[in-house]
Design a protein around this ligand. Sequence first.
Ligand SMILES: Nc1ncnc2c1ncn2[C@@H]1O[C@H](COP(=O)(O)OP(=O)(O)O)[C@@H](O)[C@H]1O
Ligand SMILES: [Mg+2]
Length: 272
Amino acid sequence: MSSLPIVQLRAVGKSYGAQRVLKGIDLSVMRGEIVSLIGPSGSGKTTALRCMNFLEAYDEGEVWIKGQLLGYRSKGRTPRDRDSERSIAEVRRPVSMVFQQFNLWPHMSVLGNVAAPLVLSKKASKADAHRSALAALERVGLAQKADAYPATLSGGQQQRVGIARALAIEPEVMLLDEPTSALDPELVEEVLSVIRSLAQDGMTMVMVTHEMSFAAKISNHVVFMEAGQIVEAGPPEQLFGNTRTPRLQQFLKPWFDRSLSPAAPLQSGGAQ
Ligand SMILES: Nc1ncnc2c1ncn2[C@@H]1O[C@H](COP(=O)(O)OP(=O)(O)O)[C@@H](O)[C@H]1O
Ligand SMILES: [Mg+2]
């Protein structure tokens, strides 16, 4: 068992024009860990997540995937040489992503959507890709929808297809960007339940979420971001139960005010 992090960010920075939206993010994700990123809108959570698989090119610091530098040929500040697309694909291979807006292709069947990354990578024959895709759909309870088109599914089902697509490549770590925030409230639970079952199977995950009770129960580590920086990070018992920074206390206050009992989310502990 290696003690190398699956994903490690070292002083990662990112600017859009003159706006520096990530200001030196440090984060290590070990195998089997579930890390939740919380924070106000615009704090840089999505950007941080997208830098973890180089969907977004960071421009300061380093992202390491299983000990390999992602995106660039060398450490240091950009401008530096971007790695070849082939090397980037190779280094990010263990990482998969679940998007807030599902990002399914409307003209493809559910099975086609889930198989697409496998077919496109040309690592599998079409028959093998379809077999893996069907197994992933079974994992999220949607094998019976394989031939349906995304538009005929509920939002919750579409996001479960999104999760199946991320699972089909057999990732070692999954990145989830607010996987339930585009859903009607009554559809949230079916998606959280799939994520909970992945957690029980030991899947490593980094998840941006506004579902505080869920984050409190499921996470090993919680990171609170604001204005491109990590303000507070630690175990959920600290962040939700023994908050250290006034800024996080202020951020969590509406959630505590809504909860009947502030301690309730932590009582059951662990992922279940
Ligand atoms: N493609 C982009 N171009 C310019 N600015 C962007 C882009 N994506 C995000 N931003 C800006 O970066 C900041 C962080 O955004 P984001 O990472 O989406 O935050 P969060 O996910 O925490 O809401 C915001 O100010 C946002 O407007
Ligand atoms: Mg976001």
